[in-house]
Design a protein around this ligand. Structure first.
Ligand code: AMP
Length: 364
């Protein structure tokens, strides 16, 4: 039986990854009286600004990993591409929450789709593609347009190409790496939504309302809650998210991205992707939920009871990408909650912060 007794205030939480998600987790942990120790190879990590305990080292550096494990009581992560060897090394020394299985499933699109399909959770039709010949037969099976993706290391639309005709296939196959690839049927979705769900150490599951997400240049631009979907579909999305965390024996917060597909009688859902961490489309919870996703994740990995995910107002989260961060402070008003990540350099396409804007009933 694993030990499920709650960890006390004063616990040191090790966080792998020093980006904005690690920073926000660290802030939430501090509010609960915890210390955080952040491990990241980049000395300029924004999360380092909010804790004095840090390790700057490669994820393969076993000496640094051993010292890190020694210095902390429990370990979590802010990104899904933690190398499997790193996860195993750490998990042998301290509790790793969520566990290594969540990483192995979510860092490989083929493993993820196979896992979801094995649980009867619908995903877009797909075929593995390891060679130009396999791509040809996958196109024959799935038709065009279709989306060719790397199975690993893709984010914000990187590592994927939409194929409109066969002439594009060879070039796209050559351009995308690492191999193997996966071909997905093009989903004629009406909306993209996501659910942030949490599971505690004792198996309690709570999910937040679905957010409706709009991307610009492949980067999340806005998350609006409530999503403009029927209540039955929102409930169904929550049940799918719950089934995923239960099947993974998951501890912590997980993001599930869905496509809403219009149907003859009613819309249906396909899962696009899962992320074993706090999620950009859950930042709105900071403004309108008693327990936001960051506190929820910290509670879960500490073995604490989960907080109430109920939403107290309608809200839109807007990412501040690149120069958009300069809108703060002039564009702020009394209904807008800013959150900037303290990144030293503004670059096009870089997420610099976000704002949560409360929606009054008369606003769009
Ligand atoms: P992903 O990296 O898989 O989350 O894909 C990034 C974005 O590309 C998604 O949010 C969709 O807008 C679009 N996309 C990905 N896969 C498909 C698909 N199979 N059909 C249509 N659009 C897709």
């Amino acid at each position: 039986m694993p030990d499920i007794s709650p960890l006390p205030p004063g616990t040191t939480i090790g966080i792998l990854g020093g980006g904005q998600l690690g920073r926000m987790l660290s802030l939430a942990a501090s509010r609960l009286g915890m210390r955080t120790h952040i491990y990241c190879p980049d000395p300029n990590s924004p999360a380092f600004e909010v804790t004095p305990h840090k390790t700057v080292a490669a994820y393969e550096d076993e000496t640094a990993l051993a010292a890190f494990a020694n210095a902390v009581d429990v370990i979590t992560y802010e990104f899904e591409n933690v190398p499997a060897a790193t996860a195993d090394f750490l998990a042998a020394r301290k509790p790793l929450r969520p566990g290594a299985r969540a990483l192995s499933v979510s860092q490989d699109r083929l493993a993820e789709k196979a896992f979801l399909s094995s649980k009867n959770i619908p995903v877009a039709p797909y075929r593995p593609v390891a060679s130009p010949e396999e791509l040809e037969s996958a196109i024959t099976d799935l038709g065009l347009p279709a989306v060719l993706k790397t199975t690993r290391l893709g984010y914000d639309g990187k590592g994927q190409r939409v194929l409109r005709d066969r002439a594009e296939a060879a070039e796209a196959f050559a351009a995308l790496s690492p191999k193997p690839l996966v071909l997905e049927a093009f989903v004629p979705f009406s909306q993209e939504i996501s659910v942030v769900v949490a599971r505690s150490l004792s198996g309690e599951v709570r999910s937040y309302d679905p957010a409706e997400n709009v991307h610009r240049n492949h980067i999340l631009a806005t998350s609006t809650v409530p999503a403009a979907i029927p209540p039955s579909l929102a409930k169904h999305a929550g049940l799918i998210a719950k089934a995923i965390v239960v099947a993974l024996d998951y501890v912590g917060v997980l993001g599930v991205e869905f496509f809403v597909v219009p149907g003859e009688s009613r819309p249906t859902l396909l899962v696009n992707e899962i992320a074993p961490r706090v999620h950009n489309s859950g930042h709105w919870t900071e403004a309108v939920c008693l327990t936001d996703q960051f506190e929820q994740h910290i509670r879960a990995i500490l073995g604490w009871p989960l907080g109430d995910p109920a939403r107290l107002a309608d809200v839109v989260m807007e990412n501040l990408v690149g120069d958009e961060v300069n809108r703060v402070p002039s564009a702020l008003d009394g209904l807008t909650q800013p959150h900037l990540y303290g990144k030293l350099q503004t670059r096009p396409g870089r997420k610099m912060g976000h704002v949560n804007r409360l929606l009054r009933p008369d606003q769009p």
